[in-house]
Ligand binder design. Structure first.
Ligand SMILES: Nc1ncnc2c1ncn2[C@@H]1O[C@H](COP(=O)(O)OP(=O)(O)OP(=O)(O)O)[C@@H](O)[C@H]1O
Ligand SMILES: [Mg+2]
Length: 255
């Protein structure tokens, strides 16, 4: 179980995440919604360790991870999609995923005393590359991929780590319409596996409605709603604070 207790960060005088207390059970997908600047990405950064909290804690299965740097939180099971800057741009798609598989296998090595051969690592990496529909680009340098494929690679790297907690921050942002279903299918499949804790920041309310077991709403860094999707979407706070804004944005996009 992932839990944040009074999680808070201040940038100067601005409280970007404001005493957020929330827990997330394995086997559930929670959507995090809220207007631009609400603190959603910052909340993820606090959980994954890219940012250190001003106040409050992040706990995974009761263990306080708040003082750990990001790599050790990854090792503990908090999976944040890699940013492109964390990939090896000149290595192939397959090699990048293999390195992530290897990082995880190395972690298991001490516990299981199982030696994974190079071939096994490559086979596992290739299976993941195919799962994200990048099989035909396995040999391409990561840097050469178009945007949508880069996002698929990010998801592949995350899956290779087999985290306990998956943090997806707008995984379909900037993707073309025909690429979006690939990512959504992957998230749906991860959810169907039943044991992962999945947090998804997503602006598309139809996606949220379909995938989420629960929605939490952040507004000005505060947790302002939390519950079953239909009830949260219908609540006045969401209608005003979030959907009103989303409608305006859609109009702008259409215009
Ligand atoms: N490193 C930083 N230094 C200063 N201010 C920051 C920093 N990171 C985020 N902020 C501020 O914190 C607030 C929350 O930003 P955040 O990116 O978490 O919003 P968000 O909910 O993810 O928005 P969006 O939907 O646009 O992605 C914003 O006001 C932002 O300007
Ligand atoms: Mg964001």
């Amino acid at each position: 179980m992932l839990e944040t207790r009074n999680l808070t960060i201040k940038f100067g005088g601005h409280v970007a995440v404001d005493h957020v207390s929330c827990s997330f059970k394995p086997g559930t997908l929670t959507a995090i919604v809220g207007p631009n600047g609400a603190g959603k990405t910052t909340y993820f950064n606090l959980i994954s360790g890219q940012l250190r909290a001003t106040e409050g804690q992040v706990l995974l299965d009761g263990r306080d991870l708040s003082r750990l740097p990001a790599p050790l939180r990854t090792r503990a099971g908090l999976g944040r999609a890699f940013q492109l800057t964390q990939l090896f741009p000149n290595l192939s798609v397959l090699e990048n995923v293999r390195l992530a598989v290897q990082a995880r296998a190395g972690r298991g090595l001490r516990m299981l005393s199982v030696w994974l051969h190079h071939r096994d690592l490559l086979d596992e990496a290739m299976a993941i590359v195919e799962r994200v529909h990048l099989g035909d680009k396995a040999a391409a340098p990561a840097a050469s991929l178009p945007h949508g494929d880069q996002r698929k690679l990010e998801v592949a790297m995350l899956m290779a780590l087999k985290p306990l907690v998956y943090l997806f921050d707008e995984p379909t942002a900037g993707m073309s319409v025909d690429e979006v279903p690939v990512i959504l299918d992957l998230i749906r499949a991860l959810k169907a596996e039943g044991q992962h804790t999945i947090l998804l920041v997503e602006h598309k309310m139809d996606v949220v409605r379909e995938l989420a077991d629960r929605i939490i709403v952040l507004h000005n860094g505060q947790l302002v709603a939390d519950g079953e999707p239909a009830a949260v979407i219908a609540s006045p706070v969401v209608q005003q604070a979030y959907l009103g804004l989303a409608v305006e944005q859609d109009v702008q996009v259409a215009a």
